[in-house]
Ligand binder design. Structure first.
Ligand code: NAD
Length: 335
């Protein structure tokens, strides 16, 4: 099998080449994003491997089909960037890595909370400049607070496990409540109640037509005064303009994000010598109570190994006609 990788970075090459030693596929890594223009690069390949910001829309899928590509593998869990109806129409199998290391993302969500709260990022810079003042570094005890978890799948559950050490009260919102979590004391409530009661709200649900901008001007009205909002899931779960407004009005106390609605133009690139042509992210960066990381929650050694292993297993299964149905996504996943 000849596989074309898009949006690839040095760490993708390193981990995929290492794990591929036992599979022996021919892997070629393209730094460029897959879209309807770059699809021509897939000529002569059997399969294509993409990441979160590749644009696998109907036009791209038509291009893949024209080049006889029958397999699209996602080296990630989310699949909102793929037009699944078009994939089905062209007979292209879509496989993903549903749960590579939920702990990696959950631990990053916790890192955002603790950094934002105790302002260690600011303290680090202060001390380096010889400023040992503690003024404006006051945080709060996470212990005893109410944490709202939206989406209690693999990552939401891992996040809840981490919080156990903090003796917090957990409220959850998910159309499919988890019995075991309920037995452990997690209380499932409506989205409105979760927002009203929680000191920290963390998003762990997938992006779908139903969850698109679930945090908006209307739902933000319910947020507890001064609450912290954390999003390590997908940028479009929140209406960024409405969130900026809530931060300005001090209704929302702080924001920690690893994902951004318009991240395709920015994230995974070094733009340090460029003028950022996105006023919304510029405003977010300028706010003192906002912490942004550029979609790095998945980036641990364990997760990279697991992603490479599962993706290559997916390709191998497809080649042998033994598709792993648990890893397959189709229109039935559209919610
Ligand atoms: P999962 O499928 O295991 O769990 C998702 C949960 O969300 C399920 O329990 C589902 O019932 C729930 N859900 C669905 N619709 C909902 C709604 N309307 N409201 C509330 N909950 C809803 O997925 P996961 O592995 O936990 O991953 C969650 C998301 O995290 C992924 O979809 C992806 O977008 C994101 N993610 C981000 C990174 C990163 O690096 N930042 C890495 C991996 C995954």
């Amino acid at each position: 099998m000849k596989v074309a990788f898009f949006s690839s970075k040095s760490y993708d090459e390193e981990y995929f080449n290492k794990i591929n030693e036992k599979y022996g596929f021919k892997l070629q890594f393209f730094e460029t994003r897959l879209d309807s223009h770059t699809v021509k690069l897939t000529k002569g390949f059997d399969a294509v491997c993409v990441f979160v910001n590749d644009k696998v829309d109907a036009k791209t899928l038509k291009g893949l089909s024209r080049r006889n590509i029958k397999l699209l593998t996602l080296r990630c869990a989310g699949f909102n960037n793929v037009d699944l109806e078009a994939a089905e129409k062209h007979g292209i199998t879509v496989l993903r890595v549903p749960a590579y290391s939920p702990e990696a993302v959950a631990e990053h969500a916790l890192a955002l909370i603790l950094t934002l709260n105790r302002k260690t990022h600011k303290a680090y810079n202060r001390v380096r400049e010889g400023n040992f003042s503690l003024e404006r570094l006051t945080g709060f005890n996470v212990s005893g607070k109410t944490i709202g978890v939206i989406g209690t799948g693999a990552i939401g559950r891992a996040f809840i496990q981490l919080l156990k050490g903090f003796k917090t009260k957990i409220k959850a919102y998910d159309p499919y409540p988890n019995k075991q979590l309920q037995n452990e004391g997690v209380e499932y409530v409506s989205l409105e109640e979760l927002l009203t009661e929680s000191d920290i709200v963390s998003l762990h649900c997938p992006l779908s037509p139903e969850t698109h901008r679930m945090i908006n001007a209307q739902t933000l009205k319910h947020v507890k005064q001064g609450a912290m909002l954390i999003n390590t899931s997908r940028g479009k779960l929140i209406d960024t303009e409405a969130v900026i407004e809530a931060l300005r009005e001090k209704r929302l106390g702080s924001l920690g994000i690893d994902v951004y609605a318009e991240e395709e133009k920015l994230f995974f690139k070094d733009l340090s010598e460029m003028i950022i042509d996105d006023d919304t992210i510029s405003r977010l960066i300028a706010l003192p109570n906002v912490l942004i990381t550029a979609h790095q929650a998945f980036l641990t050694r364990e997760a990279l190994e697991q992603i490479a292993e599962t993706t290559l297993q997916n390709i191998s299964g497809f080649e042998k006609g033994e598709i792993n149905r648990k890893n397959q996504v189709g229109t039935e996943n559209l919610g």
